[in-house]
Design a binder for this molecule. Structure first.
Ligand SMILES: NC(=O)c1ccc[n+]([C@@H]2O[C@H](COP(=O)([O-])OP(=O)(O)OC[C@H]3O[C@@H](n4cnc5c(N)ncnc54)[C@H](OP(=O)(O)O)[C@@H]3O)[C@@H](O)[C@H]2O)c1
Length: 233
């Protein structure tokens, strides 16, 4: 039985990851910005009882991440898996209507948010069994795959930053025995991906967990798809 922590667990891929981890009998600390409004997540407590702990955590807020760390430390000694799933795709900026606030917010959540969470929880991961960090990025953060009119400046560049953060973290964390993978979850049927997306949240989450399960210190620091293929940077 593993102890996982997930960000952005109230809907979309994060909710499905939570459900699948609980179904396979792992323990999950499911975090989200507004637990009181996370009805689908709360419903899982009826089925899975005390293996699910729901805590508030806003990845863009230092105090919120610190408070979550304190709350977690009071309840569990260690973490075996940290899934940095929370992310935003906002605005519709182009070269002619650039909005710096949208770009700053995207970086704050998609890239800096992961640093906030990892730096707070690295101590708990150091005490975990076969500990792993899973960073949910996007193919839109790939420099090599970028082509004309694909995505947005804010989102793509924030995910590219997350990819570099993940590479750098992988070297530092490896010294502590913590493996890391950065993942493209597919084009997924969520609020972000829309109804016409190609992949169900169930298939995406199942693939993400399979990649995470097969991750070792020998394969740390790579960019994969949810289908288990290596992704170009
Ligand atoms: N869906 C796709 O096709 C696709 C493709 C590539 C990559 N991704 C990535 O996959 C991840 C999950 O996306 P999704 O499709 O499940 O999106 P989603 O349905 O829009 O869910 C996004 C999640 O992130 C949370 N979140 C946003 N800002 C946050 C913050 N400041 N602190 C904590 N949580 C925050 C949201 O919480 P609230 O409800 O509070 O807003 C929500 O739980 C994201 O990192 C996304 O970039 C998705």
């Amino acid at each position: 039985m593993k102890q996982a922590l997930i960000t952005g667990a109230n809907r979309g891929i994060g909710l499905e990851l939570t459900r699948q981890l609980l179904t396979r009998r792992d323990r999950v600390i499911a975090t989200c910005r507004q637990p009181a409004q996370a009805i689908a997540l709360q419903d899982l407590t009826n089925e899975f009882g005390d293996r699910l702990l729901i805590l508030p955590l806003d990845v863009s807020d230092d105090a919120s991440v610190r408070a979550a760390k304190t709350a977690v430390s009071g309840r569990v000694k260690s973490l075996d898996m940290l899934i940095n799933n929370a992310g935003i795709l906002i605005g519709s900026e182009t070269l002619s209507n650039f909005d710096s606030a949208i770009m700053q917010r995207s970086f704050d959540v998609n890239a800096v948010g992961v640093m906030r969470v990892v730096t707070q929880f690295v101590d708990s991961l150091r005490l975990g069994r076969d500990p792993k960090v899973v960073n949910v990025s996007s193919q839109l953060g790939s420099l090599q795959k970028m082509r004309r009119q694909w995505g947005r400046y804010s989102y793509n560049s924030s995910k590219a930053a997350l990819n570099m953060i993940s590479r750098m973290l992988s070297f530092d964390l490896q010294e502590d025995g913590i493996a890391l993978v950065v993942l493209h979850p597919g084009w997924v049927q969520t609020d972000m991906g829309g109804v016409h997306a190609a992949v169900s949240s169930q298939d995406s989450a199942a693939g993400i967990l399979q990649v995470a399960d097969s991750l070792t210190l020998a394969t740390t620091g790579k960019f994969y798809t949810y289908a288990g293929e290596e992704h170009p940077w």
